[in-house]
Design a binder for this molecule. Sequence first.
Ligand code: ZN
Length: 167
Amino acid sequence: MTGRKKSTDYSHQPRRDRMDEERVSDPYRARGKWPDSTVCPDCGAIVHHGHWTWGVAAPGAEQHLCPACQRIHDRVPAGQLTLSGKFFTEHREEILHLVRHAESKARAEHPLERIMDVKDEDDHTVVTFTDSHLVHGVGEALHHAYHGELKSQYTDEGDLLRVAWSR
Ligand SMILES: [Zn+2]
């Protein structure tokens, strides 16, 4: 995994297939790592047919942190979204509301898709995520709602997907 860097323009092609490949190599998501009915002690998600899902834990189920809680614990995001621009500054609350709304919709179905942190830095805001599909989806939702400019790039460091939206 060295020297790999790619840029994707969302107006052309989201390249989901490539993202699924990436996910297989994600150490936080290694398949078969947890037996069925494992429960996460932090968020309560359970493993069902090899996938983390919301559900009711069986009594005496094995406990392991789910990949999202493990990332939060290790402070290792899978994706980050940088928000900037004059329009963003003027509509910050409204835009962050859309970001959070997109997250809660995704999280309701997929326990591993969560916001980790929202940080303000100088003239921009950085939102970190536990899942690269989610940061991708949130970027698209912003672009759909407000247009502006959307860019994404994988970095070598831990397969972090960086998405930047600006308007
Ligand atoms: Zn968890």
